[in-house]
Write a protein that binds this ligand. Structure first.
Ligand code: GUN
Length: 298
C-alpha cells in the first residue's frame, strides 16, 4: 500500500492491541472481565458477517462475548425484554443491537431502551444529545473511527471544509457533530442536495456515507482532499461479487491526497471503536479511574 491509501486494517489492529493491554490491567485491578452482548435479529447476510467479526474481535481483546440470536419474527415485546435483562445483568457492560431490525419492530424504541451507560453504539438519545452538546458520551463507532483516522492524518482541521454525504443517525449526523467539535466547517449533503458535485469539489475533507456504489467520481474531488469512504456496497463486476465503497476508488485515488480503501479502511475501525467504547464504559462501571481516547493514543 502507498502512503496515499489509509490503512484502516493496520491502524485498527494497533488500537486493538492497546485495548487488550488496558483490558488486562482492568481485569487485574477489578477482578472482573468486560462483557459485550450483541443481539442479532433475523438472517440478514451482511448483519451476520458484521456480528461474526465483532464477536471474534471482542474475544481477541479478552472481553467476554455474549450473543443473542432471535428469529426474524420475534415480537417487539420479546426483544425489549432481552434488552431489559441485559441492562440488569452485572456481567454485561456493553449492549449492541445490530441494525437494521425487521420492519415490525420500532428501532428507536429498542435503542432508547438500552441503558445509556451500556450503549456502546452511542445511539441512545441521551448519548446523542451529549455528543451534540460537546459533553463526554459514548460516540457512534463508525464516525468515531473516521475521526481517529482524520486526527492521525491532519492534526488541525480548524476552518477546513468538511462535506459529509449522507444524513443517517448511524454515520452522517454524528460525524457532523464530531467534525464541528474539531472546528471544521461542516456541510451535510443528502439525496435532495442540489449541485452535489460542486459542493464535493469544495471539500478539504469528504466523508461519503450514502450507500450508493462508486457515486463520487474522480473529477468531483480536489487534489488536496482527504477522502473517508464509509460505503460498503456489494456489487457484481465481471461475473464476480465484490465490495466497493461510495467513492470510485481508482479515479479518486489519482485525484485526492489521501483515501480509505473498501474493504480495509473504515470497516475495521468501526469494530475497534466498538471495543474502545466497551473498554471506556467498563472502566466507569467497574468504578475505576475513567480513561479517554488520549490515554489510548499517548
Ligand atoms: N448496522 C450498520 N452499522 C451499525 C452499527 O454501527 N451499529 C449497529 N448496531 N448496527 C449497525
Amino acid at each position: 500500500m502507498t502512503e496515499k491509501i489509509i490503512d484502516g486494517k493496520e491502524i485498527s489492529s494497533e488500537i486493538r492491541e492497546k485495548i487488550k493491554k488496558f483490558s488486562d490491567v482492568l481485569k487485574k485491578e477489578s477482578g472482573r472481565t468486560p462483557g459485550l452482548a450483541v443481539v442479532l435479529v433475523g438472517e440478514n447476510p451482511a448483519s451476520k458477517v458484521y456480528v461474526k467479526n465483532k464477536i471474534e474481535k471482542t474475544k481477541e481483546v479478552g472481553f467476554n462475548s455474549i450473543e443473542h440470536k432471535l428469529d426474524e419474527d420475534v415480537s417487539e415485546e420479546e426483544l425489549l425484554s432481552v434488552v431489559d435483562k441485559l441492562n440488569n445483568d452485572d456481567e454485561i457492560q456493553g449492549i449492541l443491537v445490530q441494525l437494521p431490525l425487521p420492519k415490525h419492530i420500532n428501532s428507536d424504541l429498542v435503542l432508547d431502551t438500552i441503558k445509556p451507560i451500556k450503549d456502546v453504539d452511542g445511539f441512545h438519545a441521551e448519548n446523542v444529545g451529549k455528543l451534540w452538546s460537546g459533553l463526554d458520551s459514548l460516540v457512534p463507532c463508525t464516525p468515531l473511527g473516521c475521526s481517529i483516522l482524520l486526527k492521525k492524518l491532519s492534526s488541525d482541521l480548524s476552518g477546513k471544509n468538511a462535506v459529509i454525504i449522507g444524513r443517517s443517525n448511524i454515520v452522517g449526523k454524528p460525524m457532523a457533530a464530531l467534525l464541528l467539535g474539531m472546528n471544521a466547517t461542516v456541510t451535510i449533503a443528502h439525496s435532495r442536495t442540489k449541485n452535489i458535485e460542486e459542493l464535493v469539489r469544495s471539500a478539504d475533507i469528504l466523508v461519503a456515507a450514502v450507500g450508493i456504489p462508486e457515486m463520487v467520481k474522480g473529477n468531483w474531488v480536489k487534489k488536496e482532499a482527504i477522502i473517508i469512504d464509509v460505503g460498503i456496497n456489494r456489487i457484481e463486476r465481471e461475473g464476480k461479487r465484490i465490495l466497493v465503497g461510495d467513492v470510485d476508488f481508482e479515479e479518486c485515488m489519482k485525484n485526492s491526497s489521501k483515501i480509505t480503501p473498501v474493504p480495509g479502511g473504515v470497516g475495521p475501525m468501526t469494530i475497534a471503536c466498538l471495543l474502545l467504547n466497551t473498554l471506556f464504559t467498563s472502566y466507569k462501571q467497574f468504578g475505576k479511574q475513567e480513561i479517554k481516547l488520549s490515554d489510548i493514543f499517548e
